[in-house]
Design a protein around this ligand. Sequence first.
Ligand SMILES: CCCCC/C=C\CCCC/C=C/C(=O)SCCNC(=O)CCNC(=O)[C@H](O)C(C)(C)COP(=O)(O)OP(=O)(O)OC[C@H]1O[C@@H](n2cnc3c(N)ncnc32)[C@H](O)[C@@H]1OP(=O)(O)O
Length: 210
Amino acid sequence: MHMQSPPVNSLSLDFLTELCISLEKLEMDKGCRGLIITSVLSNQPKVFSAGLDILEMYGKSPEHCGEFWKVVQEMWLKFYGSNMGSSPAGGCLLSLTCDYRIMADNPRYTIGLNETQLGIVAPFWFKETMVNTVGHRNTEVALQLGLLYKPAEALKIGLVDQLVPEDQVFTVASQTMTKWLTIPGNVSVITTKSTLNLLFSFQLWCFNLV
Ligand SMILES: CCCCC/C=C\CCCC/C=C/C(=O)SCCNC(=O)CCNC(=O)[C@H](O)C(C)(C)COP(=O)(O)OP(=O)(O)OC[C@H]1O[C@@H](n2cnc3c(N)ncnc32)[C@H](O)[C@@H]1OP(=O)(O)O
């Protein structure tokens, strides 16, 4: 799936709605077993996603905000696999929801949950998704300081799984997907994934988010 919503793939209500509809269609397609998501914006260096569209969170009606927040949660519940450039805040969440993250090795790109730098708070389910990926201590430091990591730093703490030269991102993503798809049967993979997320799912249920 190629994201192309200039200038920076910010996650607006319209963009997220379209994304969720596309994901739902893919979920129902029995022939689809994996998804690589990437940005095809023409800007250089490339942005994966600038995160939630800031304009959606300012001066809008309560109904609009409700609708926006709901679709943000839907997006988070659905994702699979990705490759990317810059991914601040919601863009980082988009990546964290994936099974494997491949980042272009360009020090101009950054990834992280930088909410505190913006004077806002990363919701607990952003935080938990980060803890599940990089552990509690790394998350504590990252979130309190609102850190945006360069590729090498992100790899070091496990925020991304692999760095590759910029022109090879999609090729390597395709090779990685091929490897993951050698695991037989959807059921065992889905069950394993659900088991890994069991505690988190329970927390979400307690907070009435699913
Ligand atoms: C519904 C109510 C809910 C209330 C809940 C309240 C709080 C909960 C918090 C939820 C957690 C928040 C998560 C988020 O995702 S907040 C968004 C965080 N995003 C960022 O901090 C990214 C900011 N952007 C950048 O760092 C850079 O733009 C960049 C992505 C690295 C790209 O840099 P560059 O290529 O140099 O482009 P420009 O900076 O020049 O930007 C180009 C134009 O794009 C506009 N832009 C950028 N980011 C956003 C964005 N997130 N939303 C909307 N628009 C964005 C930027 O203004 C430029 O526009 P212009 O050309 O018209 O000036």
